[in-house]
Write a protein that binds this ligand. Structure first.
Ligand SMILES: Cc1cc2nc3c(=O)[nH]c(=O)nc-3n(C[C@H](O)[C@H](O)[C@H](O)COP(=O)(O)OP(=O)(O)OC[C@H]3O[C@@H](n4cnc5c(N)ncnc54)[C@H](O)[C@@H]3O)c2cc1C
Length: 265
């Protein structure tokens, strides 16, 4: 049996390792970096059986698990997903089962985009000292903490007075002297080679980079058949948790193994 998995985040990796360990041939297709979004996490503290550690450390362990079981990974962007076929930018591949664990996509603010603007912490330029973050959820405060610990000066801009982030993260950010701008929407971003200038309703500021943390959404446009199992964040965008994604991966792997035996999911 051959299983194709699109997306090498926690969901795809857990499905892949579970299946490979059970003797199934698996290929993961990954367009960016194994470990997915979890790579960006400052500190993962909410998975009971794992001692708190950074997302990078956790994904490193997941990747070594893939290596342990010799799971094949193709670094290719997938363009179309069918029940038994994956079409990537480089070729067409047929499988007995295909799984979509493609995660979510950022809510883009196209008019702000440029070389010094990113939607993931790891995609920020490396030469920054002064970082602006737009958003007030967990990802915004997680990024602010991570950047502060790395010695950067951070300003969070929140367009309202509603902070959606966990109060624990807000407290840590405050203790690290993260500057917080309430009711201050960003209106415009001016781009220069070495810096950006951010215009808000209240003034304008020079920064080295901007992290846009204004939410994520599902995009299933590449999934061309409703028979493709969808797992991880893409299946439940309001419950974006690595542990749920991992459980989804194991769940679908067990169903595939069971279906091989019984003919049903
Ligand atoms: C800053 C931050 C902090 C977080 N902290 C925590 C935490 O403390 N605890 C916790 O449980 N969760 C945390 N999360 C959430 C966690 O990272 C996600 O729930 C988890 O990564 C979801 O796994 P996934 O495999 O479903 O999706 P993703 O991690 O999004 O992985 C999807 C993968 O699919 C790939 N992909 C997408 N489309 C294609 C395509 N067309 N072709 C090929 N590959 C494709 C992507 O490149 C990506 O690698 C955090 C997330 C962020 C951003």
């Amino acid at each position: 049996m051959q299983v194709g998995i699109v997306g090498g985040g926690p969901a795809g990796i857990s499905a892949a390792t579970f299946l490979k360990r059970a003797g199934v041939n698996v290929i993961i297709f990954e367009k960016k970096r194994l470990g997915g979004l979890l790579n960006n996490a400052w500190r993962v503290e909410n998975i009971p059986i794992i001692v708190p550690q950074s997302g990078k450390e956790l994904t490193k362990k997941m990747i070594s698990h893939l290596k342990l079981y010799k799971v094949d990974v193709l670094y290719e962007k997938v363009e179309e997903i069918y029940e038994k076929r994956i079409v990537s930018e480089k070729g067409i591949y047929d499988f007995d089962f295909v799984i979509a664990s493609i995660g979510t996509i950022p809510n883009r603010i196209k008019k702000f985009e440029g070389n010094r603007v990113a939607y993931e912490f790891l995609d920020l330029p490396s030469d920054i000292n002064l970082l602006a973050i737009y958003g007030a959820g967990d990802v915004a405060f997680d990024g602010a903490i991570q950047a502060s610990i790395l010695g950067k000066k951070v300003h969070i801009f929140n367009r309202s007075n509603n902070i959606r982030a966990l109060s624990r993260l807000v407290k840590i950010a405050k203790s690290l002297k993260v500057n917080y701008h309430e009711n201050e929407a960003i209106k415009y971003v001016e781009h220069f080679d070495e810096y950006i200038r951010i215009y808000t309703e209240k003034g304008n500021y020079k920064f080295d980079a901007l992290l846009l943390a204004v939410g994520r959404k599902v995009d299933l446009s590449i999934v061309k058949s409703d028979k493709v199992p969808i797992i991880g964040d893409v299946a439940h965008p309001n419950f974006r948790q690595a542990s749920i994604a991992i459980a989804d991966g194991i769940n679908i792997a067990m169903k595939i193994l069971g279906r091989e035996l019984s003919g049903n999911y």
